[in-house]
Write a protein that binds this ligand. Structure first.
Ligand code: SF4
Ligand code: SF4
Length: 465
């Protein structure tokens, strides 16, 4: 176990403060409301201008090229730190005070709600409604998220949205399994002897006292980073302060028996499809190859506009990644005489770090490539005049800063994807779940995963060098 940040210092004082994380959440809520107002202030423009406007509108630029990439990068490196300060929990919590406190329906409790919500957001809001291109639609999307958190808090309990609906939290939780930080108890022996167990969940308490983990976790039973929001409430409740926030070796959860749930696997399908697409966008030939099948399908169906976007999204983010998962899963099933689902879940353990690091790479590239837009976006926050000037050719972006950081970004991207390939080897060798899967199946899974990782690595090298 590495350094424990709760022993002393700024993080220890911050985590123990009664005003943390609520003060931080208030700040992020204010930032969210500002971004929503900024998005709504931008008038609707023709589709031809949206590709530029999404970079020149300050609200859009901050959301898609700074906040979201930073959230992804922070999860892969540090764990669910975004969830600690996310304002959704605060909104849900406020609504739950006057709420109905109903029992969570089985559909949501099973985790399928998260998968459904993510597919709705990705295929509907993002890829069909183009919320990432139109600033006002981005704002509506954020309002929808805030409304969903409020409704879930009002109907169920304060953390129903975070635990059973929010796909962002679930994706970050999966990525956090490879992170270098963990929130755990210091001494399991103290917990075993603890009489009060103030940190334990007491669902019957409804909104509950602060001494209850709102996520229904017992800190001593936490085995991986998926579910804990690092909200610090158990630390404040524990009379022995028996909690730690420690550095650890990356991928530790994989080596201590991480096993994907079915819903983790189902979520990984569209997420990995999105990551492959986003990386392919960086290299023309890969993008063309990926676009070929949806284009042919849309031509055959005679579709255009939103319907064509939807069909493209279904193929790229559901069918294609499902196929990439099913092929190794079927091979593993044949070699190991296990079920297809078990084989797919085991393969998912190898797909997860490739997806997380691929997402991190795209986030890094996006942040760096959008650097030239900040100066004009601060001068013209709505971004409309800037977008029109760029479209008319009367304004040229100053790309010097982006060009200066590009070599470092390229090296980091290649190193991260090479790290993904190395991770596959380490997990194949050290994960108890992979080891229990049998030698032939394990090697087959490792070979397929390495093939996918190497394909992404090769695409990155060809795109950046
Ligand atoms: S974390 Fe603290 S309150 Fe919870 S069981 Fe352990 S010692 Fe008791
Ligand atoms: S285990 Fe502790 S830090 Fe994690 S969600 Fe529960 S109360 Fe918050």
């Amino acid at each position: 176990m590495g350094r424990d940040f709760l022993r002393s210092g700024f993080i220890a004082r911050l985590a123990a403060s009664p005003r943390f994380p609520s003060a931080a959440r208030l700040f992020t809520l204010a930032a969210f409301l500002l971004l929503i107002a900024g998005g709504l202030a931008v008038p609707h423009v023709s589709p031809g201008l949206t590709g530029i406007l999404r970079n020149t509108s300050l609200a859009s630029l901050v959301v898609w090229s700074l906040w979201w990439p930073l959230v992804i990068m922070s999860a892969a490196v540090l764990g669910r730190v975004w969830c600690t300060v996310c304002p959704m929990e605060m909104v849900a919590s406020a609504c739950s005070r006057i709420g109905l406190k109903k029992r969570i329906p089985r559909f949501l409790a099973s985790g399928r709600g998260v998968v459904f919500f993510y597919i709705l957001a990705l295929l509907g809001f993002i890829r069909t409604f183009w919320a990432h291109r139109y600033p006002e639609r981005m704002a509506l999307f954020f309002l929808f998220l805030l409304g969903s958190a409020a409704a879930a808090g009002f109907l169920f309990n304060r953390r129903a949205f975070c635990s059973h609906l929010c796909p962002v939290g679930r994706i970050l939780g999966l990525y956090a399994c490879g992170a270098a930080l963990e929130w755990r108890v210091r001494d399991p022996g103290i917990c075993a002897a603890c009489g009060g167990k103030n940190c334990l969940s007491r669902p019957e308490a409804g909104f509950g006292p602060a001494a209850t983990c709102p996520s229904g976790l017992h800190p001593a039973a936490i085995r991986d980073n998926r579910d804990c929001l690092v909200c610090t409430e158990c630390l404040k409740a524990c009379p022995s302060r028996n909690l730690r926030l420690s550095l650890r070796k990356p991928l530790s959860d994989f080596f201590t028996g991480l096993r994907l749930r079915n819903t983790d696997l189902f979520l990984l399908v569209p997420v990995s499809g999105l990551v492959v697409w986003e990386l392919a966008e960086e290299w023309g030939p890969a993008r063309k190859a990926l676009e070929a099948v949806p284009a042919a399908a849309n031509a055959a169906l005679g579709l255009s506009g939103g319907a064509a976007n939807f069909v493209q999204a279904v193929i790229l983010f559901l069918l294609f990644p499902a196929l990439l998962l099913l092929i190794p899963a079927a091979a593993g099933r044949m070699l190991n005489k296990t079920t297809l689902l078990e084989s797919a879940r085991t393969f998912g353990l190898l797909l997860l770090p490739v997806t997380a690091l691929g997402h991190l790479v795209k986030a890094l590239i996006r942040i760096a490539s959008r650097l030239p837009y900040y100066a004009p976006a601060f001068r013209d926050p709505a971004g409309l005049e800037t977008a029109r000037a760029i479209a008319a050719g009367s304004l040229k972006m100053d790309n010097r800063l982006a060009a200066a950081v590009a070599p470092a970004v390229s090296i980091l991207a290649v190193l991260a994807l090479a790290g993904a390939v190395v991770s596959i080897g380490l997990i194949v060798r050290k994960s108890p779940v992979l080891r229990a899967f049998g030698k032939a199946g394990r090697l087959s899974h490792g070979a397929f995963a390495a093939l996918y990782g190497l394909a992404l690595l090769a695409a990155a090298v060809l795109a950046r060098f």
